[in-house]
Design a protein around this ligand. Structure first.
Ligand SMILES: O=C1O[C@H](COP(=O)(O)O)[C@@H](O)[C@H](O)[C@H]1O
Length: 221
């Protein structure tokens, strides 16, 4: 891990710490929505070390692969192993999978489980793939149009480019958050983001759906 990426993770953790502390000074509980993938690991570790009243914090994911938590592809496993550590283990983590064999069968149960979270989220931290996807809003998702337009909170998605089916919060549900952050690293993703800023076709680069949230960008080489 480069020093720049480590420093970025610390800066992001400090910003999220401040945001959660601010909201918790005005309300009993606060919701943090995080992304999976490889980028957030140092951020998760840095945030877990922050002196927050974790028992008053709810955490969920922006999206998830429809896999069991024993899978190395599970975003929930990533959160449990890197964020829900030490005092942060007292947070209430709500994963996005169920025992159902498909996300289409499980989406209603997950929607019921996540309905009791203290929406709107204090902070949504998005990642972005090299194809411009964010959460599980992929350019080639069969349900991309639905996920971008529905006022339902969650959508089951099938994506030809991806090995597993997924579940994702809809753009509408993610838009409702008080603060939006994009956490990305590397020159490739910087170029993708620059392309996204120079056009407006959301279906080609779904990150475009969040560029005017406003979106705070945390990037390091
Ligand atoms: O598939 C996913 O990828 C993106 C980006 O992941 P990264 O490994 O390039 O950091 C992530 O934001 C999303 O939550 C995840 O499901």
């Amino acid at each position: 891990m480069s020093e720049a990426r480590q420093a970025l993770a610390q800066q992001l953790a400090e910003a999220v710490f401040q945001a959660l502390a601010e909201d918790l000074s005005r309300q009993e509980r606060a919701l943090l929505v995080v992304s999976g993938g490889s980028t957030p690991v140092p951020f998760f570790k840095a945030l877990a070390a922050k002196p927050l009243p974790w028992e008053r914090i709810d955490i969920t994911l922006a999206d998830e692969r429809w896999v069991g938590e024993e899978s190395s592809d599970s975003n929930a496993k990533l959160v449990r192993e890197n964020l829900l550590q030490g005092a942060a283990a007292n947070a209430n983590f709500v994963p996005l999978t169920s025992d159902a064999s498909t996300p289409e069968e499980g989406v209603d149960e997950v929607a019921k489980r996540t309905a009791s979270l203290p929406w709107p989220a204090s902070v949504v931290i998005l990642g972005m793939g090299g194809d411009g996807h964010t959460a599980s809003l992929f350019p080639d998702s069969l349900e991309l149009g639905l996920a971008l337009s529905t006022d339902e909170p969650l959508v089951a998605v099938r994506t030809p480019s991806q090995p597993q089916p997924r579940i994702t919060f809809s753009a509408d549900r993610l838009h409702q958050a008080h603060r939006h952050i994009l956490h990305i690293t590397g020159d490739d993703k910087r170029s993708v983001l620059a392309n996204a800023m120079n056009g407006d076709d959301v279906r080609k680069l779904p990150i475009r759906a969040f560029l005017s949230c406003p979106l705070a960008i945390y990037w390091a080489p």
